[in-house]
Design a protein around this ligand. Structure first.
Ligand code: COA
Ligand code: AMP
Length: 626
């Protein structure tokens, strides 16, 4: 670990020098002279006296450097049968015009813009246009229902909402406009306008508040980048916490640009001119960081894929995209590999695709299980590298740093802490645990550039959620251990967050939906292992005394409510009626014990259990295959 160790030590010995040097990869309107701003600790800021524009860094400067003709974004859309390439000059022009259109609608620095769009280039253009104006975008994933969208609109209070008439799922069209309209019928906050990109697959009915994307763009004057302070917010991205109220992660401009540029070079070994593909969705952090910002910040070509790993049209889709666009590295979720493996276990659909340019497969979103690692390794004959991170951190906390020193892969490990992240494993009292012992994974403050600044409108929740459990450290919510070689093994969440097909969801939010049903007295939702999706939610409900309802009817109603209230992405399909939920004597539901039983573990009877027979009965339900 020579080279890695040297970089790690340098980052620890002289963090200011380390990050100021990294900041040289960015073009600043006013270069920073200070790295860390600790004046308001634990609210840290990076490069406090620096000024920049993120959109300028992602686009204009490459054009000015003579690389305007290089492909910036390749849109590949099997669901519409189309593909389109934008050079850096094209994308800069489109973004400048979109920024002009938004400015024409009154958007100025600091205003929020909610973007609720499928995987189309216009979504990326809208994000970068906000960044150009110093406005703050908040992208909402298309699989969320109107209520989830409404929560985000009320919290971020956008001046404008940008949407498209429809998204295209393999077996159905998702009409976005009715979802927006329904959300806006319930929100306290009302945006001035809704900008709608009309797609030919289904055109939306426009109301007086709606504006047509194409008409606006045609009439707009291009807008120049607006310099912003490094610590000014670039975006808000809502993520699931333990309750129904999502957390609005706030990302800055300067720290974000510096961290992402550094990560492209050192974590992924991707430089200007390389072709890079993150097969995620712009609604998730992976999409923000690695479909949009990071590849463009370093002048690489990014692939925007509107399709699925299977079914669009088949399990060879990923290999086609890699071959056709000469992709050098792919970033996806293990669940995507598992669905490909299920449909094409022997990789027959790889035949005929030239993957000679393809060097590395990166995965994240959930732990890469050893079986999937082996399968992908054998099939593709390239390094398959797990790395671990979260919406909050914005980039990898632990990784196999390809651009510093490739390390041997250990199955089940995300490899080593990334320089900048001071990772520790602690017990319940916050004391360090011995090597090899599992505990809570925490990161000593300050977090490096690129990590969240706070939660939107809620500094107190930021402290309560992340910083108060172990003062001086950020709690990741994951448990894991470090082995004798310093490799990190992330074992799973310690809270009520679950990961379904690479999508982060809150079981607490699902419980709120179940609890609102007239027949339900109390309930619990836990994540149970699933061979394809990693985890799926499973509900347990106790009926109110005297209520009579057929279990099948109740199940259908509850499944429909979760789909309606949270969205199809929750993949909530499984709920059972039980006599009672196991609890401690103080009334706390034993979710962790239930999770362990559902995972097939031998769970010790908690000393504080109130009624062991309730646990026995629930265990029988959990062990029965749904
Ligand atoms: N807009 C609207 N609906 C969406 C959606 C979107 N953007 N994304 C998913 N949905 C819907 C799906 O259509 C499905 O609806 P259905 O119940 O009517 O069938 C539901 O949400 C569940 O979707 P999903 O969990 O994605 O399951 P799936 O069976 O459709 O696909 C995978 C499974 C594994 C192919 C897919 O989840 C996937 O590609 N996951 C990778 C996720 C990822 O990249 N995460 C980022 C970390 S790297
Ligand atoms: P998200 O905020 O949606 O990126 O989800 C972050 C959570 O997903 C983490 O806290 C982990 O629980 C899980 N996760 C992401 N990547 C990995 C990984 N490589 N290994 C294990 N868990 C992961």
């Amino acid at each position: 670990m020579g080279e890695y160790q040297a970089v790690l030590e340098r980052s620890r010995r002289d963090p200011s020098g380390f990050w100021l040097e990294a900041a040289e990869a960015i073009s600043w309107h006013r270069p920073p002279t200070t790295a860390l701003d600790a004046e308001r600790a634990p609210f840290y800021g990076w490069f406090p006296d620096g000024e920049l524009n993120t959109s300028y860094n992602a686009l204009d400067r490459h054009v000015e450097a003579g690389r305007g003709g290089l492909a910036a974004l390749v849109y590949d859309s099997p669901v519409t049968g189309s593909s389109r390439t934008y050079t850096y000059a094209d994308l800069r022009d489109e973004v400048a015009r979109c920024a002009g259109a938004l400015a024409g609608l009154g958007v100025v620095k600091g205003d929020r813009v909610v973007i609720y769009m499928p995987m189309v280039p216009e979504a990326v253009i809208a994000m970068l246009a906000c960044a150009r104006l110093g406005a703050v975008h908040s992208v909402v994933f298309g699989g969320f229902a109107p209520k989830e969208l409404a929560i985000r609109i009320d919290d971020s209070e956008p001046k404008i909402v940008v949407t498209a008439s429809c998204g295209i799922e393999p077996h159905r069209l998702v009409e976005y406009k009715p979802i927006i309209d329904e959300a806006l019928r319930t929100t306290r906050h009302q945006p001035h306008s809704v900008v709608v990109l009309q797609r030919e697959q289904s055109r939306a009915q426009l109301t007086p508040r709606d504006r047509d994307w194409l008409e606006l763009m045609a009439a707009a004057e291009p807008a120049d980048p607006v310099p912003v302070a490094s610590c000014d917010p670039l975006y808000i991205l809502y993520t699931s916490g333990t309750t129904g109220q999502p957390k609005g992660v706030v990302r800055d401009n300067g720290g974000h640009a510096v961290a992402l540029a550094w990560s492209m070079r050192h974590v992924y070994d991707i430089r200007a001119g390389d072709v890079w593909w993150a097969a995620s969705d712009i609604g998730w952090v992976v999409g923000h960081s690695y479909i949009v910002y990071a590849p463009l910040l370093v002048g690489a070509t990014t692939v925007l894929y509107e399709g699925k790993p299977v079914g669009t049209p088949d399990a060879g889709a990923f290999w086609r995209v890699i071959a056709e666009h000469r992709v050098e590295a792919l970033f996806t979720a293990p669940t995507a590999l598992r669905v490909i493996k299920r449909e094409d276990p022997y990789g027959e659909l790889l035949a005929g695709h030239d993957l000679s340019r393809f060097t590395t497969l990166f995965v994240a979103g959930e732990r890469l299980d050893p079986e999937t690692l082996r399968w992908a390794n054998d099939l593709l004959d390239v390094p398959v590298l797990d790395h671990w991170w979260q919406t909050e951190t914005g980039w990898a906390i632990a990784a196999n740093l390809r651009g510093i020193e490739p390390m041997p892969v250990k199955a089940g490990s995300a490899t080593v802490p990334v320089p900048g992240f001071d990772v520790h494993i602690v017990d319940e009292g916050g004391e360090p645990v011995p090597t090899g012992t599992e505990g809570a994974i925490v990161i000593r403050l300050p977090l490096p550039p690129g990590a969240l600044l706070t939660l939107w409108n809620d500094d107190e929740r930021y402290i309560d959620s992340y910083l108060s459990t172990y003062p001086g450290s950020y709690i990741t919510g994951d448990s894991g251990y470090l082995d004798e070689d310093g490799y990190l093994f992330v074992m799973g969440r310690m809270d009520d967050v679950i990961n379904v097909a690479g999508h982060r969801l809150s079981t607490g939010a699902m419980e709120e939906v179940l609890a609102a049903h007239h027949a339900v007295a109390e309930c619990a939702v836990i994540g149970v292992p699933d061979s394809l999706k990693g985890q799926v939610p499973r509900g347990l409900v106790v009926l109110k005394a005297g209520v009579r309802i057929e279990e099948g009817v109740l199940r259908d109603e509850l499944v429909a409510s979760v789909r309606r209230e949270i969205g199809p992405v929750a993949a909530f399909r499984d709920v059972a009626v039980v006599e009672a939920l196991p609890k401690t004597r103080s009334g706390k539901i034993l979710r962790r014990t239930m999770r362990g039983i559902a995972a097939g573990n031998d769970e010790a009877l908690p000393a504080t259990i109130d009624d062991p027979s309730a646990l026995d009965a629930v265990a029988a339900v959990l062990r029965a295959t749904p």
